[in-house]
Design a protein around this ligand. Sequence first.
Ligand SMILES: *Cc1c(COP(=O)(O)O)cnc(C)c1O
Length: 393
Amino acid sequence: MFDANLIESFFIQETPFYYYDLTLLQKTLSTAKQVADVHGFQVHYALKANFNDRILNLIREAGFGADCVSGNEVRKAIEIGFNAGDVVFAGVGKSDKEISDALDYDIFAFNVESIEELKVINALAADRGKKARVALRINPNVDAQTHQYITTGLDENKFGIAYWQLGDAVEVLGQSEHLELIGIHFHIGSQIIDLNVFKSLCVKVNELNNWFDERGFRLRVLNVGGGLGVDYHQPDVHPIPDFRSYFSIFNDFLERKPGQEVHFELGRALVSQCGSLISRVLYVKNGLKKNFLILDAGMTELMRPALYQAYHQIEKLTAATESDEEQLRYDVVGPICESTDCFGKEVPLPKCERGDLIAIRTAGAYGEVMASRYNLRDEIRYVYSPVLTDVSN
Ligand SMILES: *Cc1c(COP(=O)(O)O)cnc(C)c1O
């Protein structure tokens, strides 16, 4: 991913910064879009993974819709130029203002997470003399086989409406003149690597699709959410996720009724691999039992390791010359005053010294967006690689 010229150009930059390979992003987007188109699937990009303007523009140009989880994300999507008709809005705690604004934008659908929220949207739509399109986010109790902090579809999670509440939800829908039920929605977790999990999801979606059909609801949309994982261990071997296998599963296992649309909400899978966090070694501490590499980037720039013990591949960018360079093991840490400010323990790396550049890979999703000013850190910086004007496969 990093050739000598690129590394040279990094040296004159102030660190730390995010580096985005927009060429890889465009290849990833065109691959995903092509495969989705084959099956007639629609994909909404989950803005929360990365809302950097250049990235959003490329995603919009590639023909994706937007999946938002806050009023500001809805506004951002509209400002970037996504059609309101391609915007969906999820979240367990939508405020009245966020709902009102989204109604005024006339977004495609609210993914509704509770019965109380249905009533609030109905009332706010009534105030405007509008009919709100809603999809019920249902918690299917499917184990995503991923880290407990990023699983969302189990009974114990706060997201969505439980099976036992569906009767009540349907009753409320029947009494709500300002709601139109357009579909059902699911999002069971993130960084899902075992594709069998999605087969289990399809089985649940089919059951519920029939349940609604039997009750006279002709659902237009089955929205199966996002969650497709990426390879954090071998970013150069798998720079683009296996969209073909992923979409095939839904094509093979979802039982679509005539005219039914299938929607997806991918975040991580589209943007992770195009981003790296580039940092400088400030100090090397050689201890009796451990060597520490102290970087100028920390959990304030990339919080995933501190937040949910996430693994990121760490590379030294200034090695290259001596092939038989001594390999050492380092605990790679940041400057923030927290013990969890650690990017990796016992990381094998060529011997490092002050001033070396370090790349933390697969950081395009849930990286820059989670940056904070804790310790009064500088605003996060970023640079882009050139964009391909024409991507052909
Ligand atoms: C976060 C989120 C997504 C995207 O998840 P990824 O794992 O990044 O694909 C999709 N839908 C909803 C409702 C979300 O909250």
